[in-house]
Design a protein around this ligand. Structure first.
Ligand SMILES: [Mn+2]
Length: 248
């Protein structure tokens, strides 16, 4: 069997690096390095730092990335694209143009007899009111329509400022791992496997940390880092799942 790869949080287009293409080019080199033994690739969210598409227009940039994943789907690799909290507004452009399969919700999938629970991870186990409110606003159809009716000169400027602001409070300075008892996703995962004990692996992005944790004798969870600090990914060879970092 060929391998299944998982990666998340590239935040393509973000200004964390002076040249935003640094992340994109590195990520594309990684895609090049896996394309020959990959059967499927799961991109677990926050692939773009900001994405919004209109009926006839898409954001500029990302050409190397879009070209590479199109090449991969053309060659028969299944590419799954999860939306995160930064690229919620994904409609039919990516599936039509690049052949990816878009997921807006967590996915449960059996791969080679193993049961996987896959999600970006935002909104899971985090019950804070301000987070819930913003999430509801961003997912609201009327708000999305209103945003789409603005000229991009205004809406994109607002969005990039917003993304920058949320990074100041989150991404550039993300709360590190503070233990099983405090990590929302660990708490969520424990609750989930209590209801779904058949689960073998839970894989998340979102937190920008590396975590590989046994939850029970059968069930293991991973938070697979990001492409801003760790250049990390998970790979499943049909039997074993491992968390790795791309080294050139
Ligand atoms: Mn992220």
């Amino acid at each position: 069997m060929k391998k299944i790869y998982f990666a998340s949080d590239m935040h393509l287009g973000s200004d964390v690096f002076e040249d935003p293409k640094i992340v994109e080019k590195r990520f594309v080199r990684w895609l090049d390095s896996i394309k020959n033994d990959a059967q499927a690739l799961y991109l677990l969210g926050d692939i773009f730092d900001f994405w919004y598409e209109y009926k006839y227009v898409i954001p500029r940039g990302f050409t190397r990335f879009l070209g590479k994943i199109s090449e991969m789907t053309d060659s028969g690799i299944e590419v799954h694209f999860f939306t995160g909290n930064h690229d919620i507004w994904m409609y039919d452009y990516l599936p039509r143009e690049t052949g990816v399969i878009v997921h807006k919700k967590p996915v449960v999938e059996t791969i080679n007899g193993k049961c996987f629970y896959l999600a970006h991870g935002d909104g899971l186990g985090d019950n804070s009111h301000s987070f819930k409110l913003i999430r509801r606003l961003f997912h609201n159809k009327i708000c999305q329509k209103f945003f789409g009716s603005l000229h991009p000169r205004w809406s994109f400027r607002f969005a990039h400022a917003w993304s920058k602001h949320s990074r100041k409070t989150g991404l550039a300075n993300p709360a590190g791992y503070s233990g099983e008892e405090k990590e929302h996703l660990v708490l969520y995962a424990k609750q989930y496997i209590a209801q779904h004990p058949e689960t073998d692996f839970l894989i998340f992005g979102h937190r920008h940390i590396l975590l590989d944790l046994m939850l029970s004798h059968q069930c293991r969870m991973m938070i697979i880092g990001d492409w801003l600090q760790y250049f990390s990914y998970a790979v499943f060879d049909g039997k074993e799942l491992s968390l790795e970092q791309f080294e050139e």
